[in-house]
Design a protein around this ligand. Structure first.
Ligand code: FAD
Length: 421
């Protein structure tokens, strides 16, 4: 069988893989990406958060993405009944980027691949990693090409960025089911011809349909829009018909977006993903690191997936380069603990979104501007700033503040005309 050699082999050409490979290549290592599909390929996850910009800058990819003219994203709007809570990323607690993009991922991911190639990374499409021999100091990865032929690639390090496939965790038996309850998402791209002018038109919205069900609306610069319904799988059982009929029926129930999307053309039959949250018990090992979705995916509600992909891809590549250069790396502290700390913070916000506590804070009658700035930093992805109390005390704070809001709002006198029951 044919054999070749590289310094760092990356499995998967999503954002985690391309950022990791570009960063390793910039640091002087030969990086090669093996990707199963042919690009551009569809993947969901179209709303980025500003922290991603730091990673794209590190990987030298910011300019290339900027040329794509994707819809800029400066904040996010959350809607519940007649209440609207808008976050502006420029009004926040932690320093960093104040904007990012909303983009069809097929185009975004393709551009990252093209830029990685321009920088010197070798990328092979329609090539699948089928086996890995991790026993010696040199890792031996078997790949299969579209024509059925195979090759062994020797490398000093493997970065697994294979997303939902979790190639290494599956082979090593380290996949773990999520601690979050299973959720279901149904989504589609559609024409957005009735998009209102200005801020309301381009801004991403998260609409609470009922406490455990929400709708995303992500307008793109190409005149199309991504629509998705997410939450408790039981909710979907109340609807009959095709996926398109189900999404249309749910949108009909929503007073905010009913008119904008009534009768709009769907660009494909809506897709469904279920029970997508999962993780791995080992984030690193001798000569390998797991990055991106392969490590853990929580939930789409705060658009943190791509940020975790690029954060972990960027960091793992830098640590791998240091290790290959002979430095001692404390993977537990510098990689696992660092990533897990932020995963735990987002986990609190995901759980408290679905149980309603965070919704109490977002939709409180009286908004505290300081709290909003601190939450804005979290929504922007700056979740490592221990000066931010909503990072430091995430679990305690969200439930304490929610309790206070519930008590205050229940204690308010009934408005005139409200009958005592
Ligand atoms: C319903 C839903 C909505 C979401 N919305 C958002 C959002 O708005 N914003 C956000 O940031 N995130 C969102 N996400 C999460 C987002 O999809 C992922 O976090 C992100 O794509 C992870 O990137 P990645 O690079 O880790 O993996 P991927 O982008 O999935 O890339 C992995 C690549 O590995 C390749 N691969 C797999 N197996 C092999 C193999 N054996 N050999 C070679 N290659 C292989 C795959 O073909 C794929 O191209 C959402 C997720 C869901 C489920």
């Amino acid at each position: 069988m044919q054999t070749s050699k590289t310094d760092i082999l990356v499995i998967g050409a999503g954002p985690a893989g391309t950022v990791a490979a570009a960063v390793a290549n910039k640091a002087g290592k030969k990086a090669r990406i093996i990707e199963k599909t042919r690009f551009p390929r569809f993947v969901i996850g179209e709303s980025l958060i500003p922290r991603v910009m730091d990673h794209l800058a590190d990987a030298g990819m910011l300019e290339a993405v900027n040329r794509m003219n994707f819809q800029k994203k400066f904040g996010a709007r959350f809607i519940k009944n007649d209440k609207v809570c808008e976050f502006d990323f420029s009004d926040r607690f932690t320093d960093g980027w104040a904007w990012t993009w909303q983009c069809p991922r097929a185009d975004f991911d393709m551009e990252l691949v093209k830029e990685a190639e321009r920088q010197g990374v070798q990328v092979q499409f329609e090539t699948t990693v089928t086996a890995v021999d991790m026993s010696g100091p040199v890792k031996k990865t078997t790949v299969q090409y579209a024509d059925g032929s195979t090759e062994i690639i020797e490398s000093d390090f493997i970065i697994d960025a294979s997303g939902y496939a979790r190639v290494l965790p599956t082979m090593l038996g380290t996949v773990r089911t999520a601690k979050l309850p299973p959720r279901k998402a149904m989504f589609v791209h559609c024409k957005d011809e009735k998009r209102p002018a200005g801020r309301e038109g381009w801004m991403i919205s998260f609409v609470v349909h009922r406490v455990d069900i929400w709708i995303w609306v992500i307008p793109f610069s190409n005149g199309n829009c991504s629509l998705g319904v997410v939450g408790n799988p039981d909710f979907f059982k109340d609807f009959e018909g095709s996926n398109e009929e189900v999404i249309r029926a749910i949108l009909e129930q929503d007073p905010n977006y009913r008119d904008r999307f009534r009768g709009t053309e769907f660009l494909w039959e809506p897709k469904v993903l279920e029970a997508y949250s999962a993780s791995t018990s080992e984030m690193y090992g001798n000569g390998y690191a797991i990055v991106g979705n392969s490590v853990e995916f929580l939930d789409p509600v705060f658009s943190s997936g791509v940020m975790f992909a690029t954060e972990s891809g960027n960091l793992a590549a830098k640590l791998a380069v240091r290790e290959l250069n002979g430095e001692k790396v404390d993977w537990k502290k510098e990689y696992e603990d660092y990533i897990q700390k932020a995963v735990e913070t987002f986990k609190t916000y995901v759980a408290s979104w679905y149980d309603g506590a965070l919704q109490d804070v977002f939709f409180a009658d009286e908004q505290n501007p300081k709290i909003k700035q601190q939450l804005s930093s979290i929504l922007a992805g700056y979740v490592w700033d221990m000066k931010n109390p909503w990072v430091r005390n995430h679990s305690k704070l969200v439930y304490t503040v929610s309790d206070m809001i519930r008590r205050n709002e229940n204690a308010k006198p009934a408005s005139p005309g409200t009958k005592e029951m």
